[in-house]
Design a protein around this ligand. Structure first.
Ligand code: ZN
Length: 313
């Protein structure tokens, strides 16, 4: 499952505690995702490929409006394996009522380009609004490959309002125009974490943080391995051997698969390459004596050697 999908699945199952926030989340989703057909009778249609989101929006509608909604499931045309879910609500009066209650129109069918202030009055609703917007038009790249999160909008006014809401949480996104879409994006991993936190995807946040830590670790390992080894003290030479072992384990097994005591020493070793074994032991929680540290590093070395033999270069 893609990272974006698991993030959205988590959000779609998040409990909303207040009625005001239900309205804000729904308003954002409908504003960004909804389309109107005006032939015969008026139909408001929402569509998503994610069944959890379809259920979420359906139940928000039920809670807020008690209106009959029809859910259709249809096969995607281009992506044959993907189902797409359409939520439809037909009836001119119903649709007019819903759109104006959600601040998307001011009566009639004239769509408001920006975000209605009533939907983002309080901090809780601002979070809910951002969550709805992300569910409708957001995506986040797997942090293993790169740091990128974005939300696209149809109107520039809307995008500017979205940026304003994000700035209330100390998130400073960038803006670009792509074809006819307006895109707000984050490239900084800490800002992405902050955004994921603000919209309430806490499990996703932990996963993101983990990948980020592992990646930071990997970069540091590579820097240390590549650094000039001439003229280094004995401690550092040993340290580099340890770090090389850790690199091998990370590449062939993944550091996250190490038992926690070995993972801890591996992290400290990379973080403090100049520390001797005694100093390294004092950095552990609880502290471990020199021989304990040596024992763990030997285990790491043995494991690295075994992994090297298993999969020769
Ligand atoms: Zn609220």
């Amino acid at each position: 499952m893609s990272f974006a999908k698991s993030c959205k699945n988590e959000l779609a199952r998040l409990e909303i505690k207040k009625h005001c926030c239900e309205r804000s989340e729904l308003a954002a989703f409908v504003h960004m995702n909804g389309s109107l057909t005006l032939t015969d009778d008026v139909t408001l249609q929402l569509s998503t490929e994610n069944p959890a989101i379809a259920r979420r929006i359906y139940s928000l509608f039920k809670d807020k409006f008690h209106k009959d909604m029809q859910i259709l499931m249809r096969k995607g045309i281009r992506l044959q394996k993907t189902n797409s879910y359409a939520l439809k609500l037909t009836g001119k009066d119903k649709v007019i009522h819903i759109l104006s209650s959600l601040g998307i129109t001011e009566g009639g069918f004239q769509i408001t380009k920006g975000i209605n202030k009533d939907m983002i009055k309080t901090r809780c609703c601002k979070r809910a609004y951002l969550r709805g917007a992300f569910l409708a038009k957001g995506s986040v790249v797997n942090p293993d490959s790169s740091y990128h999160l974005e939300i696209t909008a149809d109107y520039e006014e809307y995008l500017d309002d979205l940026v304003n809401v994000m700035e209330k949480f100390e998130i400073q996104p960038g803006k670009i125009t792509r074809k006819k879409e307006y895109v707000v994006y984050l490239k900084d991993s800490e800002q992405i974490c902050e955004f994921i936190n603000v919209i309430g995807a806490h499990k996703t946040l932990l996963d993101y943080e983990n990948v980020r830590v592992m990646k930071g670790m990997r970069n540091k390992i590579n820097r240390l391995v590549n650094c000039e080894t001439a003229n280094l003290q004995k401690t550092v030479v040993a340290s580099l051997r340890h770090i090389n072992n850790i690199k091998t384990i990370d590449e062939k097994l993944g550091l996250s698969n190490l038992p926690s005591n070995l993972q801890e020493i591996a992290f400290k070793r990379v973080e403090y390459p100049e520390a001797n074994l005694k100093e390294l032991g004092e950095l552990l929680e609880p502290p471990v004596g020199k021989s304990g540290v040596n024992h763990r590093l030997r285990k790491i070395e043995k494991l690295a050697e075994r992994l090297d033999q298993k999969q020769p270069h």
